[in-house]
Design a protein around this ligand. Structure first.
Ligand code: ADP
Length: 901
């Protein structure tokens, strides 16, 4: 096929693409977008399949069998997670108007300029070689189709690939830099890419069908024939020793597909509806599956047909139809490869230039106020022109790289090295959306460390094989330090070169990222952004109010600033719309903070987050929340917390106090009641003897001639009753003194034995009168006690006289037992009287209680004796109890310490 024909048809194809892009854009303006469609979205994602897929897969399959599949299986495995990862990233990018992976990472870590710059540089370093292999693919396919072998020593003006590069520059500029968009979405571009994906698929299937069913009798035919060739048998299975590297290759592809600039552009930036992601999640793997079905059959057919010819396996796809004189099919194939290469170049360059202007160029320029002034109202066209220029630079760089380096490598290996560069963003980007603590130092350290190791382990070896660096460097390591060998770092030799580089670069990347994040803190802005990224679904749009600029900006300044980049009419329209939607007034002198924030967001869409922040800061005096202020806020809330805790504690104390108060009150009420009872009992007790005294006195008074003996008898009774009264009053007074604590024990040391014998002595007469025997028994020597002698004697006498009172008149027996044990004196008084029923035992120690029925009371006593005894024993820090069975006598026992403090 003649070169002219191929060039003409290629140009026509590009024009068709351009027509599609224009058509799509016109529909978008008319609000009948064709890009807002899950199928178009999924197809556009197939930009992933570049010329490397198209030609390279067959080449790789012909060399090492199913190994080529890792690049497709990796992403397919990870795709279920896309809903979690990409939905979040898409939402964040929409809310924050983020338009590239560099912007994304820089925005997350405090809109840091340096970080955005570094990510952009790494992308450039990693992607330019990748673009160069697309150029290479186009050039090779062109020369195969035209039959002109390119000469190695050609100067660039007679080199076809140079003209191809120029043509691509023009088309990429036409596609990617039509106007400055605030959201950097390009509907025309997406439509064209989706169309190219269809072309790739159809042409690949066409060749596949031709080879499989035209040249052979279907899949089984090819496979069974190949199985007969010993050399080809190894292509059917994955060699055992390669399974390890297979894992690393899958992982690498799974990660890289998330952050490749072109994938980020189409998956995130160009996304019109988050739900499209759901369809893409199965449509995209399906696309990968279909485009790979014929890879192995074509590779095997190539091997079977060309045998050990010199035809490189990378070109089987073209060589097979040409060999069988199928010019049309060969051209179709070329078109498929051309589609694959151009779509990649166009999107990748667009994404890279946006990164370049937003993260490298603009942050430097907008930082100079003089530049901003000189810009006048042409900010928008300046940015566009810079991008156009840069597209040219990138493609020319790729061309140079192709001429000098990549020409010597297979398509696949260069692609994988690019993947490894992009994989360095994974920790910072994924960590950024799930881990709030991740910070700038960690991200910067991780990316720098990872890319350095990437350069060292993957790029240096390629420079060695190009002769730029001596081979000694690889074999012995720098300065003969063998553990620094780029392909066997730290002595790791068991892995293939790529896996080795991926492993170490990600290893160091992660270490730096995690340690840096754990060890250092975050600035206030970074903290804010971290919260916004991680909790995006919580904040979403409401965040505008919360993180608004807290400063002042003149409305006129904002309008002027926006006009510089978007033109006066667009700027004013956007601001008016926003103001109306949010019920803000544009007639005031100063802009509402929300409006300033909105302006910043619009601008970050056009010139990147970091640059937008700078230009807006130049007109808005921001009262930045300083770290101190944040700490203040935190402190205040900490103080509030403390106050709160204090309050809780106090109210708890109050509660306890109220409870105590209530208990005291209850007690008071009970003792009030007791006092009433006591008073009524006392008055009752006093009235009885008084009545009798009064009655007897009256009789004596009224009967002067009463017999003397009779008179005598009455008077004796009066004296007895008066004694009783006195005793009663004394007892009541005693009891009162004990109870109120007004009585002070008068303590002295005395012999216990004396105490007991003296007590018995004083009641001996009474006992004798009733013929009662009193027995005493002491266990061991009792020794002395330090206590109140008189009061203890009172208790003992009381117990003894009670016993005498209740003992029967004949056979009465009282046993007094005493012992000292562990410093405790125990004395018990036992009688053989009627005993006390169990229910009464608890009551007899109460005041005025007399267990006998009331009619006996008068004769027996006051009912205060035991109450007083109990009080005295308690004052002596002791205890008193009774044990008794009805009819078998009673035992009263008390214990007191011998040494009272
Ligand atoms: P009183 O001065 O009336 O004896 P006490 O307080 O000494 O008052 O005793 C209260 C009541 O306990 C007595 O009325 C009696 O019913 C009962 N009581 C006391 N000692 C004995 C005892 N040894 N045997 C049986 N009942 C007793």
């Amino acid at each position: 096929m003649s070169s002219l024909w191929i060039i003409t048809l290629s140009l026509i194809y590009l024009l068709v693409l351009f027509g599609i892009a224009n058509w799509a854009e016109r529909r978008a303006v008319a609000h009948r977008s064709i890009v807002n469609n899950p199928y178009v979205y999924a197809l556009s994602l197939a930009v992933y399949c570049t010329a490397w897929t198209f030609y390279g897969s067959v080449g790789r399959a012909a060399e090492s069998g199913p190994d080529f599949l890792s690049v497709y299986i990796g992403p397919t495995f990870l795709i279920p997670l896309w809903w979690v990862i990409f939905r979040k990233i898409i939402r964040i990018c929409k809310v924050q108007r983020i338009t590239s992976i560099a912007d994304f990472i820089s925005a997350r870590y405090g809109k840091n300029r340096a970080l955005g710059g570094i990510v952009t540089l790494v992308c450039l370093l990693g992607i330019v070689p990748y673009i160069s292999i697309q150029l290479k693919a186009i050039t090779i396919s062109f020369s195969i189709l035209s039959g002109h072998q390119p000469l190695a020593t050609q100067s660039f003006w007679s080199d076809q690939s140079f003209y191809i590069a120029l043509a691509l520059i023009i088309f990429t500029i036409l596609f990617g830099t039509r106007k400055l968009e605030a959201n950097e979405r390009h509907e025309g571009l997406v439509a064209a890419i989706a169309f190219e994906s269809l072309i790739k698929l159809f042409t690949f299937i066409a060749v596949g069908l031709f080879v499989t069913f035209g040249l052979f009798n279907g899949f089984t035919d090819i496979f069974s024939r190949a199985a007969e060739v010993p050399d080809l048998q190894k292509l059917f299975v994955l060699p055992q020793e390669q399974t390890g590297s297979w894992f690393w290759h899958c992982l690498l592809a799974a990660i890289a597909i998330l952050f490749l600039p072109r994938q980020f552009q189409l998956t995130v930036v160009e996304n019109t509806n988050e739900n499209h992601l759901r369809k893409a999640q199965w449509l995209f793997p399906l696309y990968l599956l279909i485009i790979n079905i014929f890879v192995l059959p074509i590779a095997l057919s190539g091997k079977l047909i060309f045998g050990n010819d010199t035809i490189p396996s990378d070109t089987y796809l073209l060589a097979l139809p040409l060999h069988f004189k199928q010019q049309g099919l060969a051209f179709l194939t070329y078109l498929g490869g051309f589609s694959a290469a151009t779509s990649m170049i166009i999107v990748e360059c667009t994404a890279l230039t946006v990164m370049f202007t937003n993260n490298l160029l603009m942050p430097v320029l907008v930082g100079r106020p003089s530049w901003q002034k000189g810009l006048g109202s042409s900010g928008g066209s300046f940015v566009l022109n810079a991008r156009r220029l840069f597209i040219g630079v990138i493609i020319l760089l790729a061309y140079l790289y192709y001429k000098n380096v990549s020409d010597k490598y297979s398509l696949v290996s260069v692609g994988m090295v690019s993947f490894a560069a992009v994989a360095q963003f994974a920790p910072a980007a994924l960590g950024g959306i799930f881990w709030k603590k991740a910070n700038l130092v960690g991200a910067m350290g991780g990316i720098l460390a990872g890319s350095t190791v990437w350069l060292y382990t993957l790029i240096i070896p390629s420079m060695v094989s190009n002769g730029f660096i001596s081979t000694d460097f690889l074999t012995y390591g720098p300065a003969h330090i063998s553990w620094l060998r780029p392909e066997a770092l730290f002595g790791l030799e068991s892995m293939d070169n790529l896996s080795h580089g991926v492993f170490w670069s990600l290893f160091f990347n992660l270490i730096f990222y995690v340690c840096g994040s754990l060890h250092f803190g975050q600035s206030a802005l970074e903290h804010n952004q971290a919260a916004l990224f991680v909790d995006i679904f919580k904040y979403d749009t409401s965040y505008e109010r919360s993180v608004a600029w807290r400063g002042k900006a003149l409305i006129t300044d904002i309008v002027t600033l926006m006009s510089k980049f978007f033109g006066k009419t667009r700027a004013e329209r956007a601001l008016t719309l926003y103001a109306r939607r949010n019920k803000l007034s544009l007639q005031t002198k100063y802009a509402d903070p929300m409006l300033v924030n909105y302006a910043e967001k619009m601008l970050s869409g056009a010139i990147g987050a970091a640059s937008a922040r700078i230009v807006v800061a130049s007109v808005a005096k921001e009262e930045r929340i300083t770290v101190d202020e944040v700490i203040d806020i935190l402190k205040t809330s900490q103080e509030l917390k403390t106050v709160n805790e204090e309050l809780t504690r106090k109210s708890r104390e109050l509660e306890a106090l109220t409870h105590q108060l209530k208990q005291a009150n209850d007690k008071l009420r009970v003792s009030e009641q007791q006092k009433d009872d006591f008073l009524s009992t006392v008055t009752h007790e006093i009235r009885t003897p008084l009545t009798s005294i009064r009655a007897l006195s009256e009789i004596i008074h009224d009967n002067p001639d009463m017999e003397l003996s009779q008179q005598q008898h009455f008077l004796t009774t009066i004296i007895k009753e008066s004694d009783r009264l006195t005793r009663l009053v004394n007892q009541v007074l005693d009891l009162e003194r004990y109870e109120t604590g007004r009585y002070q024990l008068s303590k002295e040391t005395f012999s216990i034995q004396t105490l007991i014998s003296e007590s018995i002595n004083s009641i001996e007469q009474l006992a004798k009168e009733k013929e009662i025997i009193i027995k005493t028994s002491y266990q061991g020597s009792l020794g002395n006690i330090y206590s109140d002698y008189d009061r203890l004697m009172q208790v003992l006498i009381n117990l003894l006289s009670n016993a005498i009172k209740f003992c029967p008149s004949q056979n009465g027996l009282i046993e007094v037992l005493a012992k000292v044990e562990n410093g405790i004196l125990l004395i018990s008084v036992k009688d053989n009287g009627p005993g006390i029923s169990p229910e009464l035992q608890a009551l007899i120690f109460d005041k005025f209680y007399q267990a006998e029925s009331k009619h006996n009371r008068k004769a027996k006593g006051s009912g205060l004796g035991l109450a007083i005894s109990k009080k005295i024993i308690e004052l002596c820090k002791g205890d008193i109890q009774v044990q008794s069975t009805l009819g078998e006598g009673a035992v009263f026992t008390f214990q007191i310490p011998t040494m009272m403090s």
